[in-house]
Design a protein around this ligand. Structure first.
Ligand code: FAQ
Length: 324
């Protein structure tokens, strides 16, 4: 199927590519059967699948707290949130499949460690406050990145983002509410909230990717209308939105360089530790190995179920053929 889709077009750089770019410049979305340059298809498969893998792996840090949520209500909310993340992974795998790659291929890339997923999910969740910090900061950063992706030039990705963004907003609110309860609670609870902010602040800034000068794909992805904003633009917006929220909570952002810049009308802030970021991307973050092992175990444990489904489908197919 992939080969078939790729071969439907004419040579790149020719009139088809010009018409394609003009269409993007007019904000007309590209659909699965339209001609597209091979590089556009490849970039989308890379980004959408990394995004899908992030949603799937991203269930682990919070899933780890479902049995330890402090009340029935918090538990029900967290359960729903984690299930939503699994659903986001599924919409995104479907969007990637429209580009001619199969779910099995995508899964294999994740399980063998060939595919990336967001660096943030290699952080451990040590306390209940981490669940609040994830909702507030990680979902907050995800929304900042994903709202513009609703206007992505590739139709199936943009449309998947519409629903995902609605759900992420609920996630962000529930995380902020956990932080509010802790930050306005006992001294011990406030200290727990501060500790979570200290550990999740910088990894959240890294979610937006390397700085613009080191981003390999941004310029072309922006020309193709896949990305609407650069990594640094979105990081800045995130800091501008989140720093006042931290102040409202009575918490301190762990960045001595964070300061309002009156002239520029935005916050100045420090540089994330890009060496640490690169180490995580190379598989050396605190939880990289555990996350991949968990995904591999989940895949192996589901083997009997997939086998049953295939046997059922084969039986159904044979009965249909016999009846014809
Ligand atoms: N982690 O040239 P760029 C969520 C890689 S969803 C790991 O700037 P690009 C919901 C990048 O892939 C979170 N790798 O790349 C949730 C590339 O490597 P490659 C996921 C990263 O694509 C909440 C290389 O570095 N969201 O959180 C990261 O133009 C709570 C060079 O980078 C998305 O995926 C990173 N942080 O920009 C779930 C959004 N950053 O492929 C559960 C869609 C960069 O050449 C609980 N993705 N890299 O080997 C995007 O918007 C973009 O792909 C960026 C990166 C902005 C992430």
């Amino acid at each position: 199927m992939y080969a078939q889709l790729v071969e439907t077009g004419a040579a790149e750089g020719g009139p088809e590519e010009q018409a394609f770019q003009e269409r993007i410049d007019r904000n007309v979305q590209i659909e699965p059967r339209d001609w597209m340059p091979a590089g556009y298809r490849k970039t989308l498969v890379r980004q959408i699948s990394q995004h899908a893998h992030s949603e799937v792996v991203g269930q682990a840090p919070e899933g780890n707290w479902i049995t330890r949520a402090p009340s029935l209500q918090r538990k029900a909310i967290l359960l729903a949130k984690v299930q939503d993340e699994a659903g986001h992974g599924l919409y995104l795998y479907c969007a990637a499949e429209t580009l001619g790659i199969s779910r099995d291929q995508l899964t294999e890339q994740l399980l063998t460690g060939k595919a990336k997923y967001s660096s943030i999910f290699n952080e451990p969740t040590l306390t209940w406050a981490d669940v609040g910090a994830i909702g507030w900061l990680v979902d907050g950063a995800a929304i900042m990145n994903q709202v513009p992706l609703q206007r992505c030039s590739y139709g199936p990705y943009g449309r998947a983002m519409v629903r995902i963004c609605k759900e992420e907003s609920f996630h962000q609110r529930q995380g902020f509410d956990i932080m509010r309860a802790l930050a306005h609670g006992t001294e011990k609870q406030k200290a727990m909230a501060q500790d979570a902010l200290n550990r999740w602040w910088w990894p959240s800034l890294m979610m937006f990717g390397p700085s613009d000068k080191d981003s390999t794909h941004s310029a072309q992805s922006m020309r193709w209308g896949i990305k609407q904003n650069s990594n640094d633009e979105l990081r800045q917006k995130f800091v501008d939105q989140t720093a006042p929220q931290a102040a409202w909570l009575g918490l301190t952002v762990p960045d001595p360089e964070l300061a309002w810049n009156e002239e520029k009308g935005c916050f100045d802030f420090g540089e994330p530790d890009w060496d640490a970021f690169m180490a995580i991307l190379k598989g050396n973050g605190t939880m990289n190995r555990e996350r991949l092992n968990a995904r591999n175990k989940a895949w192996d444990d589901g083997d009997w179920y997939r086998e049953g489904l295939m046997a059922h489908a084969a039986k159904h197919e044979a009965a249909k053929t016999a009846a014809e």
